[in-house]
Design a protein around this ligand. Sequence first.
Ligand SMILES: Cc1ncc(COP(=O)(O)O)c(C=O)c1O
Length: 400
Amino acid sequence: MRLSAPRLDRITASPTLATRMLAQRLRAEGRDVLAVSSGEPDFDTPEYIKEAAIAAIRAGATKYTDVAGTRALRQAVAGKFRRDYGIDYTEDEVLVSSGSKQAIFNALLATMVEGDEAIIPSPCWVSYPAIVELAGGTAVIVPCEPAGGYKLAPAQLEAKITARTRWFILNNPCNPTGAAYDADELRELGAVLLRHPEVNILTDDIYDKLTYDGFPTATVVEAEPRLRPRTLTVNGCSKAYAMTGWRIGYAGGPRALISAMEKLQGHSTSNASSIGQAAALAALTGPEESVTAMRETFSRRRDMVVALLNDAQGLLCHKPLGAFYVFPDISACLGKATAGGAYLADDGAFVAALLAEEGVAVVPGSAFLAPGHFRLSFAAPQDMLKEACLRIQRFCGALS
Ligand SMILES: Cc1ncc(COP(=O)(O)O)c(C=O)c1O
């Protein structure tokens, strides 16, 4: 009996979900655990969005929708792209999926063949390489250095493009580093891509509403419209509107690609939840005050967390431009022993000892293909974040 296909051997289970489950288990056992590892806003979905979903249920919007999403929502998505970036997509250049993860899955599975390569700057969200591998492709990881703000330089991109490159995957702003590219930086990367017409671009802009200190959010097609015929712009409601559980993501791109994605989705989940779509419609067409309020809160937390972690012995913490994570470099702590006697051989050992000795749950950098770091999410209440950072200071201060 075969209970797992060989293609699954190419991937490992999501390490971020694994951390969350471990923290939950320890809590259920009565341990005092501060979980600052989560990839979702701690805020509740805004009330007007919930009300729209309730109204949709009452109005009987409980049936299948078009595979690509309701017309109203696709128009609202097109409206978002126009409003925020000045990009014009028609309804049939938009696909709504069960989360942006499915949109990415659709795109890569619909287009990649064995031997194709996808270039992915790292540190990166772990699902990109996993989905590329599931699609039969090869993930070409390009490490980005702290000195460059963890951003990909145009020369690095140029150096990795081969005749096999099918996709370049950019996450802007980036999970886990918070690195964000402005329009000029995107144009510079775009200049490289214009020289390689066989390469498609997938830009995952899911954190685009969450940039700080007025950092000007930009997206690839806005910065370099000549890349429009081969760029897929992915986004979703999870992060900006605190809607992770509603599972609504979307993508805008060339019609042929969107049709291929729709064909695939038609045989997997069909449409995203009709009720989730009604909620997403309210989110994309409603007032932006709640997004602004969340962004301001995230910004205050970011400042506090960065300051506290930089005061921890051996940690070096960059200030993220966007998203809601910090990704401190812990290399100076490795090779040392903790107060509890654990030897910190690598980031995995650091994270395990931090959880065991101080009850603080973070995610190891190796989960993002960047060993020697951990990711802490500031999508958690300010007092919990402060306490977590103070415990991290104590943990690092006791290393010998
Ligand atoms: C960079 C990035 N892209 C996509 C997703 C998936 O989001 P969704 O809830 O829309 O599937 C996440 C979630 O953590 C993410 O961090």
